[in-house]
Design a protein around this ligand. Structure first.
Ligand code: HEM
Length: 383
């Protein structure tokens, strides 16, 4: 998409796209405004036409943080923040490393890996299951629901009900059971923390918690999978940067930030204009759907000198891959931690990593999530 973005930034940075019936915004400053000016750009109407329809069960009376505006968003986010703390995320580090190594143990003797299917895809699903406190015996069921929920979500910003009502229903029943158990006997997990969170007299309802669990599956899995996949792919395409990273592992965090900028796992987010808004000399009429192209903003030369260059030492790197403002990604610390651990494990355990052939990889579906669905690689087998 990058040559198209470049053309649009130069010639039509704010443009109405007739067949899709939405306004598109391509420059960094405009994208940041659309994402963060929640008074003028609402997230509540923020579903693309394709996914409009019956809300998934559990979303009807509950909330989905990502599709709520203030003042409700402020209240919900503050409750969720009490449960989803940096401390809770940091505590996961040893367990994530253990899981990453377990997944690599399965392939390290063979010299072959599908980096997505064998590694980058299962890892985030298991991490979220553990974060929520799903007993390991229920892991397979959880993974099945998670696949269904993700597959049924046309976009990052909300689940559509098509095709997987059964899975949604089963999952909600299962989580209702866990919520009831945790109400009686709290544990050290996210669901117990969500139940306990309070602000004044306000608590999260059961519907709120169920919707939040579904949102975590949609917002937290495929995105993290693609961050890990895009990181490996981009490093393989830039051998000099890969060599630099191998010799200076302290550059890992900054390399991950550069992957987030250079190949943003989430390429676009939707809003709805609350009023007529003037942007880049155009008037976006009240009620219009607006797409903020994060993937384009992160390649804007006005913001990033030599933007098309992949530079793992880039400083400053003020990308907006996790959004900006009140909806800034809640899971950013977790995504960064998982990516850091996953990449370190791959570099350490899979020597002489290379593409199996030069054939183009199959892109992940849709224009919002950006990555590949499969990535066969080879390496020197380990004893
Ligand atoms: C919000 C990207 C991983 C949970 C967002 C937004 C972006 C984003 C761009 C802003 C949406 C908007 O402005 O409308 C990403 C990327 C990820 C990632 C690129 C991985 C590389 C995760 C993970 C979780 C998560 C691991 C949770 C486990 C959320 C939630 C929101 C959100 C709950 C909504 C926050 C709100 O509306 O207040 N994410 N995300 N994300 N993300 Fe992430």
């Amino acid at each position: 998409p990058y040559p198209i973005y470049e053309m649009m930034r130069a010639s039509q940075p704010v443009m109405y796209i007739e067949p899709m019936r939405f306004w598109s915004v391509f420059r960094f400053d405009h994208v940041r405004t659309v994402l963060s000016d929640s008074a003028r750009f609402s997230s509540a109407g923020g579903r693309p036409p394709a996914s409009q329809g019956t809300p998934a069960p559990g979303q009807r009376d509950g909330f989905s943080l990502i599709t709520t505006d203030p003042p409700r968003h402020t209240q919900l986010r503050s409750l969720v923040n009490q449960a989803f703390t940096p401390k809770a995320v940091a505590a996961l580090e040893p367990r994530i490393a253990e899981l990453a190594h377990e997944l690599l143990d399965r392939v390290s003797g063979t010299g072959k890996i599908d980096l997505i299917q064998d590694f980058a895809y299962p890892l985030p699903v298991i991490v979220i299951a553990e974060l929520l406190g799903i007993p390991s015996g229920d892991r397979d069921r959880f993974k099945h629901w998670s696949d269904e929920v993700v597959a049924s979500a046309d976009t990052l910003i909300g689940g559509s009900a098509s095709g997987s009502l059964q899975a949604h229903r089963e999952m909600n029943e299962y989580f209702s059971g866990i919520i009831a158990e945790r109400r009686k006997a709290p544990k050290d997990d996210l669901i117990s923390a969500l139940i306990a969170a309070e602000e004044g007299d306000f608590h999260l309802s059961e519907g709120d918690i169920l919707s939040f669990c579904a949102l975590l599956l949609v917002a937290g899995n495929e995105t993290t999978t693609n961050l890990i996949g895009n990181a490996v792919l981009t490093l393989l395409e830039h051998p000099e940067e890969l060599a630099k990273l191998r010799s200076r592992p302290e550059l890992l965090p900054s390399a991950i930030e550069e992957v987030l900028r250079f190949r943003s796992p989430v390429q676009a987010m939707f809003r709805t204009a609350n009023e007529d808004v003037e942007l880049g000399g155009q008037v976006i009429p009240a009620g219009s759907r607006v797409v903020a192209f994060i993937g384009s903003a992160n390649r804007d030369e006005e913001k990033f000198p030599d933007a098309a260059r992949f530079d793992i030492e880039r400083t400053p790197n003020g990308h907006i891959a996790f959004g900006h403002g009140i909806h800034f990604c809640l899971g950013a610390p977790l995504a960064r931690l998982e990516a850091r651990i996953a990449l370190a494990a791959v570099l350490d355990r899979l020597p002489e990593l290379a593409r199996v052939n030069d054939e183009p990889l199959t892109p992940a579906r849709g224009f919002i999530v950006h990555g590949v669905s499969s990535m066969p690689l080879r390496f020197r087998p380990q004893e």
